[in-house]
Design a protein around this ligand. Structure first.
Ligand code: AHM
Ligand code: MG
Length: 335
């Protein structure tokens, strides 16, 4: 059989977001396109550093504690600097919130634009030294205020205009939604371009995988324990679910978007609000999940409806296939 000729008409991320802008007509100023272009550049830059980290002494601690009291890795600090510099230089942002910085950055007058970006520059840092998948998570709001104020980002996730993540793994994948579905792109390192490889991602309505840190089971509340038991010891004739837990939210959510199933990081007796951060972990992932046809809940309500009180607050997270999340919610309702 003759080999298929390589495509000469590839869709790059830049081409794709530009065509979105053109579709929106004169109302679209192109600012979001330029902002997303800046974000994709930061992902390429971070990806390059992640890949060579072991070789250029980027593995290990930077010697500082971040706002959550966690030790910062050298790559965390570098990735944060890459994002802050690039987002400021894009002249499209007014407020930046990073997991690595105690306070929001209010962009100076000369560089100010109309978007606010909340981000975790390098999520899953505990996996860095072992070479396991890590990622960048981001969410974008349109500013309300003239001069940029922290209130511009203390808004429910449903008000985001875009959200996404980049996963640094066996391939580098950027997954993005601007509110009209979810698309996935893979970095072609030779071209230096993200290529559309996963158009219009839809989560299967039910999966066969659950992804929780069950090492914390002793602290879990009854609805979560009962739900997990129901999928591990199902009624006769049904197969139990498989467990997959990487410990990198980006990788665990990426798998959940593609294969279906449920990912959870509950609140428990020890961590009253769970571990994951609302603004730059829970909101962007909930936005993507809903855009892909899935559900994202705290167990008590829709994640995207939570009203943030502070930029680094935490939130319980359960997200994934519609039917799986609904099954979990039944256990919360029983309570
Ligand atoms: P980080 O932002 O300090 O990297 O922590 C967030 C990570 C998520 O990627 C992941 O889902 C979770 O922490 C794993 O936590 P645990 O090690 O408690 O299972
Ligand atoms: Mg992180």
């Amino acid at each position: 059989m003759a080999e298929e000729a390589p495509s000469t008409d590839i869709i790059t991320l830049t081409r794709h977001i530009l065509s979105d802008q053109i579709r929106l007509g004169p109302a679209a100023t192109g600012d979001l396109t330029l902002l997303l272009t800046a974000i994709q550049t930061t992902s390429k830059f971070i990806a390059t550093n992640v890949r060579k980290a072991r070789l250029i002494n980027l593995i290990g601690l930077a010697g500082e504690l971040n706002v959550q009291g966690e030790e910062q890795k050298k790559l965390d600090v570098l990735s944060n600097d890459i994002m802050v510099n690039s987002l400021r230089a894009s002249r499209k942002t007014s407020v930046l919130v990073s997991e690595e910085l105690d306070d929001a950055i209010i962009i100076d007058d000369t560089h100010r634009g109309k978007y606010c970006v909340v981000f975790d520059p390098l999520d899953g840092s505990s996996n860095i030294d072992a070479g396991v998948n890590i990622g960048t998570i981001f969410g974008v709001y349109k500013a309300h205020s003239e001069t940029g104020d922290v209130s511009d980002v203390l808004r429910p996730g449903r008000e985001m205009v875009a959200a996404g993540y980049t996963m640094y793994g066996s391939s580098c994948n950027l997954v993005l939604s601007t509110g009209g579905g979810v698309n996935g792109y893979t970095l072609d390192a030779a071209l230096g371009e993200f290529i559309l490889t996963h158009p219009d991602i839809k989560i299967p309505p039910r999966g066969k995988i659950y992804s929780f840190n069950e090492g914390n089971s002793t602290y879990f509340h009854p609805p979560v324990i009962n739900y997990l038991n129901s999928i591990k010891y199902p009624s006769a004739g049904k197969s139990p679910y498989s467990a997959r837990y990487i410990g990198s939210m980006v990788a665990d959510v990426h798998r959940t978007l593609l294969y279906g199933g449920i990912f959870g990081y509950p609140d428990d007796k020890k961590s009253k609000s769970g571990k994951l951060r609302l603004l730059y972990e829970a909101f962007p992932m909930a936005f993507l999940t809903e855009q892909a046809g899935g559900l994202a809940t705290t167990g008590r309500g829709r994640i995207l409806d939570v009203e943030p009180k502070s930029i680094h607050e935490r939130c319980p997270v359960f997200l994934g296939s519609r039917d799986d999340v609904n099954d979990l919610l039944k256990f919360f309702q029983e309570k």
